[in-house]
Design a protein around this ligand. Sequence first.
Ligand code: ZN
Length: 271
Amino acid sequence: MTSEVRAVPLDTAACGLVDTHCHLDAAEFDLDRGAVVAAAMRGGVTAFVVPAVSVSGFALTQSMQSLYPACRYALGIHPLYVGVAVDEDLDRLDQALSDGGQIAVGEIGLDFFVPDADRARQTAFFRAQLKLARRYDLPVILHGRQALDAVLKCLREIPVAGGIAHAFNGSRQQADEFIRLGFVLGFGGAMTWTRATRIRALATSLPAHALVLETDAPDIPPEFVGRGRNMPEYLPRIAAVLAELRGVGCDEVAAVTTANACRVLPGLFSA
Ligand SMILES: [Zn+2]
């Protein structure tokens, strides 16, 4: 299934925007998924990366690419889904990765924000998935919340082929360490909130080669949406916020962030 779909090259010439983190497979899009994709593409989004969160959702995540050829997918077990995962799910992930078609392992990482987080189990699953990323020579899409130093520690012990630290919300020092380990940092809706001074300062001052854009739709709505459902069609406005913060044109932001996405996710535009 996926190999034929993957043979459709995405339109790099248009140098559109890449939504590097978009949960299009989420139930929030069940009623209007096609319209959501079409609206984003009309606005200049030329590619979507859909990360899985649990093994039970792999088939649906994979189907996004066959339904919408501008989609690519990543397979992994999200730290907040480790609680409902069984150990055998790691074998199922291994099997799915060996079948091919994915462009990354993700969404994986550590989330110590939730009060009842089982840190040991999250860490065990994260480490096992980093080893799978190494085995299949795949980049990873990272989720880290209240746990970035622990994520970095795992990455130093189990180095992988880079990737994206999604929804980055850490310090400059942590950002520099991710960059040193081959990662770029994902910026999206959180950056658009005027009160998010630390994230906005990072988006302004980090080197351009370290930035990619994302929506994390349906989560993390931008300030201009408020509390509503986030959608990939908002990515151009998110890009405009980044351009304004950095004092450059939207075209430059699009070109640089798309090039960065292609660099860290080599499967993104491959035929
Ligand atoms: Zn996510």
